[in-house]
Design a binder for this molecule. Structure first.
Ligand code: CTP
Ligand code: MG
Length: 376
């Protein structure tokens, strides 16, 4: 099996995009673009090349991913690639796929086709798409000259090469200014094979490309439920959805026994496959005795954020005869939104009695069920 490495160049300034951060660190549908691009190559060893001074941005974008520390690139893309190739030389692969961080939508098929062309013996492989618009070249005096689009193609990345061959080409032709690696490979006389690219493999270049990329990404929407019950005990108040509410009884529990927040916490953990509240905050752990449950909820929200998730919505139903939830509903919504750092319109608090039936009907305790929706 040939050894394949992926070089992702992310050392640009993203001047044309004009975003607050260099474009590769801006969030795209909730996740830094660079993270999406690296994740697109899951299963391949990836080396990222970043700009000087971008270490912190890169560390945040790549947190938790199994990639080595990024290496520092140069003033041009070509220079960044050359430095990245040099770093890979410590454990040189057979093939290298060179890819723009600005193309987060690359598909498994394009990657596999590039690899297959290399395995079949090509020196290099280049994904391209045929030009489909009518093309004109801007001239002096406001003239626009028709350019035949016949036989015109747009080059994309990843561009794949034999590692030793492209490294030599970068070394031998370091002075020539070209915009991609295939152009250098050709200067070095390498045989490059075209493979089919994809329209959706866009290079995010201008600000408006972000909206297009987000549309193309669509979303991985997860929903999960959570359920909790606590029993009444003697007392004069309960904690419910983050509020202290005077009541004829208290609620039994290791923490503050806030059923509403516990149900929402479990729903959020469910969306990211992270077990349940008991796993994260064991009732046997003294640290959580009497703990305020907003800490549990905040922890779950942080875990969602670390995975690049965005909370779209949480909905909780409190099931009890008493206390009446209605008078507290707006304050509960505001509290939950504050803990989750989302807009109040993304929080719903409902309540019902069980018409005197069952344990809630007998006023033995309070139950809560929640549904959370997370976009990853
Ligand atoms: N790139 C790089 N090193 C550079 C310049 C560019 O690694 N000195 C990377 C970019 O980060 C990007 C890819 O090369 O992933 C393609 O370049 P481009 O889309 O032009 O990005 P920028 O150069 O950042 O954008 P701009 O040209 O608008 O400033
Ligand atoms: Mg550029």
């Amino acid at each position: 099996m040939p050894r394949i490495a992926v070089l992702i160049v992310a050392a640009g300034k993203g001047e044309r995009a004009g975003t607050e951060l260099p474009k590769q660190y801006e969030r795209l549908a909730g996740k830094p673009m660079l993270r999406r691009t690296v994740e697109a190559f899951a299963g391949y060893p990836v080396q990222v090349v970043i700009g000087a001074g971008q270490q912190e941005l890169a560390a945040a974008a790549l947190a938790g991913l199994d990639v080595p520390d990024p290496v520092t690139g140069g003033a041009t893309r070509q220079e960044s690639v050359r430095l990245g190739l040099h770093a890979l030389g410590r454990d040189a692969p057979d093939f290298v796929l060179i890819h723009d961080a600005a193309r987060p939508l690359v598909s498994r098929k394009v990657i596999a086709d590039v690899v297959a062309a290399l395995e079949a013996g090509a020196d290099g492989a280049l994904p391209m798409v045929a030009a489909s618009d009518t093309l004109r070249r801007a001239g002096d005096n406001g003239q626009w000259t028709l350019v035949s689009r016949e036989n015109l193609y747009r080059a994309q990345t990843p561009q794949g090469f034999g590692y030793a061959k492209i490294t030599r080409a970068h070394h031998d032709h370091a002075g020539s200014e070209v915009t991609d690696d295939v152009a250098l490979a050709e200067l070095a006389g390498l045989k490059v094979q075209m493979v089919q690219g994809e329209e959706k493999n866009i290079k995010v270049t201008r600000k408006e490309d972000f909206a297009m990329a987000e549309t193309l990404i669509g979303s991985d929407v997860r929903t999960a439920s959570g359920y909790d019950v606590h029993k009444f005990k003697d007392g004069d108040h309960i904690w419910l959805c983050g509020l202290k509410i005077p009541h004829t009884h208290g609620l039994e529990g290791h923490s503050d026994a806030d059923v509403g927040l516990h149900a929402i916490t479990d729903a959020l953990l469910g969306c990211i496959g992270e077990g349940d509240i008991g796993q994260h905050f064991p009732p046997t752990d003294e640290r959580w005795r009497g703990a305020a449950s907003w800490k549990f909820l905040e922890h779950a929200a942080n875990l969602v954020a670390v995975k690049g998730g965005v909370i779209s919505h949480v909905d909780v139903t409190i099931i009890c005869e008493r206390p009446k939830v209605g008078p507290h509903r707006d304050a509960m919504k505001a509290k939950i939104a504050e803990i989750l750092k989302i807009e109040e319109s993304r929080v719903s608090v409902k309540a019902t009695t069980t018409e005197g039936l069952g344990f809630t009907g007998r006023r033995e305790g309070i139950a809560a069920q929640a549904i959370a929706t997370v976009r990853l």
